[in-house]
Write a protein that binds this ligand. Structure first.
Ligand SMILES: Cc1cc2nc3c(=O)[nH]c(=O)nc-3n(C[C@H](O)[C@H](O)[C@H](O)COP(=O)(O)OP(=O)(O)OC[C@H]3O[C@@H](n4cnc5c(N)ncnc54)[C@H](O)[C@@H]3O)c2cc1C
Length: 374
């Protein structure tokens, strides 16, 4: 049910990746008339071109090197909101594969000292992050990659299936009244209300315009004479099927030298599926060598992983802001919101981003902002 009260401002959300979807859903639940525009609505099966369709859904809020500042706050807020959002969506009947627990392995003395510092910082904040000894790591099954010197375990971090969550958010957004429109935005006109020009000379109007087009955001801003420097960083990932079903005793997702190993027992085949990703390739061109290195975990894959069969390979583009911190959450002109440049953490940061957007539209500033819960 929408809250009773004065008419809420209309909102046009451009881009239906995880950021635009999350924002559209929460705004509609708050009673705003929302239109969500994306060319992908014209296609039955969206391509992997959007970052969100390619993401592994790994969420690292606690094992983060900072313990203060904007990035830290956004991560903490998002983590708390994800717990609420998943519970809320599951209560509404959606099946959303997710797992808690993340083990960050230390590959060097430098990693070890960073992990010790993070563990100390979290302990001071009363949070549960634990250092794991090499002896404990040796007991885990199947065998971990490389020869880790230790590890940092976070029970609060983990992973969710971005595809399942996005499908649930889209369906809840529609239920809350969001109008989904297939179209490619080509320009913005400075006008009251804001005007969005779509390919084919169609125009849309709204009190608020949210630009959540990932890499496409720069071109739309350019139509207003505004500059945002965004660059693509390609990522490739693999789904593997193991030769036999291991008795997983990993405490969650494992991260080794920046590569994520995500057991996917929910994908069937008696727990034999695993996601492996993702490469970091500057630009938008596929690099076969980067994929080969990922497949072999840089030459440190244990035998059970080497023997696994690749059953799916995909890629997508991340949106990296040049010269400023990710993500870009800005209101360059009244009523125009930029929610882009989430780079490697768009899945993790979707709830905090939606909360920032809701807060802006409701006139609440970041410092006093309450989570945007429907
Ligand atoms: C391989 C890979 C693995 C990743 N793993 C993780 C992970 O484990 N955890 C994590 O938190 N993040 C991860 N990420 C990063 C994450 O995917 C992104 O940060 C996130 O998806 C960004 O979402 P978005 O909605 O801003 O952009 P996108 O998902 O790129 O969505 C932008 C949308 O805008 C639409 N659009 C573009 N142009 C226009 C236009 N002109 N008009 C209208 N619509 C338009 C597109 O069709 C698209 O649907 C990964 C990324 C990759 C590539």
């Amino acid at each position: 049910m929408h809250p009773v009260g004065p008419t809420r401002g209309s909102v046009l959300v451009v881009g239906a990746g995880i950021i635009g979807l999350a924002a559209a859903w929460r705004l509609a639940e708050q009673g705003h008339p929302v239109t969500l525009v994306d060319p992908a609505f014209a296609i039955q099966k969206p391509t992997m071109a959007s970052g969100s369709q390619a993401a592994l859904g790994v969420m690292m809020a606690q094992v983060f090197h900072r313990s203060a500042g904007r990035a830290w706050r956004l991560r903490q807020q998002s983590q708390a909101l994800w717990v609420q959002w998943l519970a809320e969506l599951e209560q509404r009947g959606y099946r959303l594969p997710h797992r808690r627990g993340l083990l960050l392995l230390a590959a060097s003395e430098d990693d070890l000292s960073k992990q010790a510092r993070i563990a100390g910082d979290r302990a001071r904040l009363g949070q549960t992050v634990r250092l794991i000894s090499p002896r404990e790591l040796d007991l885990l099954h199947p065998q971990l990659p490389g020869q880790p010197l230790g590890g940092l375990f976070s029970p609060e971090d983990g992973q969710l299936d971005p595809g399942a969550v996005m499908a649930a958010m889209l369906s809840e957004a529609k239920r809350a009244g969001v109008v989904c429109l297939a179209g490619k935005a080509v320009a913005v006109v400075r006008h009251r209300p804001w005007q969005l020009v779509l390919e084919g000379h169609r125009h849309l109007e709204a009190d608020w315009l949210v630009l959540a087009l990932g890499l496409g955001t720069a071109a739309l801003l350019a139509s207003l004479g505004l500059v945002l420097d965004l660059e693509p960083v390609l990522g490739q990932a693999l789904e593997l099927e193991l030769a036999s079903a291991p008795h997983w005793s990993w405490p969650g997702v494992v991260v080794w030298r920046g590569m994520n190993l995500v057991p996917r027992p929910d994908l069937g085949d008696q727990g034999r599926r695993l996601w492996l990703g993702a490469t970091l390739e500057p630009g938008a061109r596929l690099d076969a060598a980067a994929l080969a290195s990922l497949r072999q975990l840089g030459g440190e894959a244990p035998s059970w992983l080497k023997e696994a069969e690749v059953v799916r390979h995909w890629n997508g583009l991340r949106c990296h802001p040049r010269g400023q911190a990710a993500p870009v959450l800005e209101e360059p002109e009244p009523g125009l919101l930029i929610a882009s440049g989430h780079y490697r953490n768009g899945v993790l940061l979707a709830p905090a981003t939606a909360a920032w957007i809701c807060g802006r539209i409701q006139g609440i500033h970041e410092s006093q902002q309450k989570p945007c819960i429907g």
